[in-house]
Design a binder for this molecule. Structure first.
Ligand SMILES: [Zn+2]
Length: 320
């Protein structure tokens, strides 16, 4: 009988789990709240307990599994299976994820960072069509990325490859959380879009519902901005155009450098759908050279929030 895989997508609020076949089909799926109290000391024990509990529920045993793969925030050491500096988990000190989870479940364990596993998931079972060359960018609270080139997930010399969020799109732009100026993340994350909208509203003299909301002192979101742009609000349209241009610059240069078959756009901001994609595509065409323009395709992510567990499980294919 074919062995199964377990995928774990560890996040700051929830931890998602799935049992998959080696073909990547999800057979069971569940999630638990991530308990980040006590410097995240409960997180790994909770993961072990939840896996063992569910194997019991499904009348399965450890020897039926090839491995567990996990995506985690923070800085991951893939060889040692450790994580450090995952601040949304309150993990400030080194966490022995591999050692503890293997001891606690009796199943082999592999780990990578959360953006990389989402990229692997979209590549394997989503918009990446299992191609050997796929770049993935996620537009959420921050902007993350992962790159599969010639069939391999890129890590770089210090594990920082694929950080598309820190591609410079405006050398004179906003200061990023990384300390650098003008990163894509400062303008294309959910908070980045709001920041662009606020600044453009200050200079905008015409009539606009978006400007009205801001002038009234109300909160806006990237979703409100995109919705108003879809309805034709002139300021919101300008904001979306600017965000699309920055995405076109960043993704154009990803294309010019790597020539992937697909650049997949996911995350909350990508819920704006084809309305955003079409505008990014126009700038992407402007900023790519002909061979890339003709062969690298921009696509919206297809898997939603299961990309993480699917990609995480794919890490365990190395044990099959
Ligand atoms: Zn940055």
């Amino acid at each position: 009988m074919d062995k199964k895989l377990i995928g774990v997508d560890l996040g700051g609020t929830t931890t998602k789990f799935a049992i998959l076949t080696v073909e990547g089909d999800i057979q069971q799926r569940w999630s638990i709240d991530t308990n980040i109290l006590d410097e995240g000391a409960h997180i790994i024990p909770d993961i072990i307990e939840s896996i063992n509990h569910h194997l019991g529920l499904y009348d399965m045993s450890a020897d039926q599994f090839a491995g567990i793969g996990m995506g985690s925030p923070g800085t991951v050491d893939r060889q040692l299976g450790t994580v450090i500096g995952a601040y949304n988990l309150n993990w400030k000190t080194l966490q022995q994820a591999k050692k503890e989870i293997e001891a606690g479940t009796g199943i082999q364990f592999a780990i990578d960072n959360d953006a990389n596993v989402a990229a692997l998931g979209e590549r394997w079972k989503g918009a990446g069509e299992n191609d050997d060359n796929v770049a993935f960018v996620t537009l959420g609270t921050g902007v993350g990325g992962g790159i599969i080139a010639d069939g391999h997930l890129l890590h770089g010399t210090a594990g920082a490859a694929g950080e598309i969020g820190h591609v410079t799109v405006d050398p004179t732009g906003y200061v990023c959380t990384c300390g650098k100026k003008g990163c894509l993340e400062t303008v294309a994350s959910a908070t980045g879009v709001v920041r662009v909208a606020r600044d453009m509203a200050e200079e905008y003299a015409g009539t606009s519902q978006l400007k009205q909301i801001l002038d009234d002192g109300n909160e806006i979101s990237s979703k409100i901005t995109f919705d108003l742009a879809k309805q034709g609000d002139p300021l919101a349209k300008m904001v979306v155009d600017k965000v699309a241009k920055y995405l076109g610059i960043a993704l154009g240069n990803v294309g010019n450098t790597l020539n992937p078959a697909f650049i997949v756009i996911g995350g909350g901001v990508s819920a704006a759908g084809d309305f955003l994609l079409d505008q990014v595509q126009a700038y992407f065409n402007e900023y790519t050279f002909p061979q890339v323009r003709a062969t690298t395709k921009l696509k919206l992510a297809a898997l939603g929030n299961v990309a993480g567990v699917i990609g995480a499980a794919s890490l365990a294919l190395e044990f099959v």
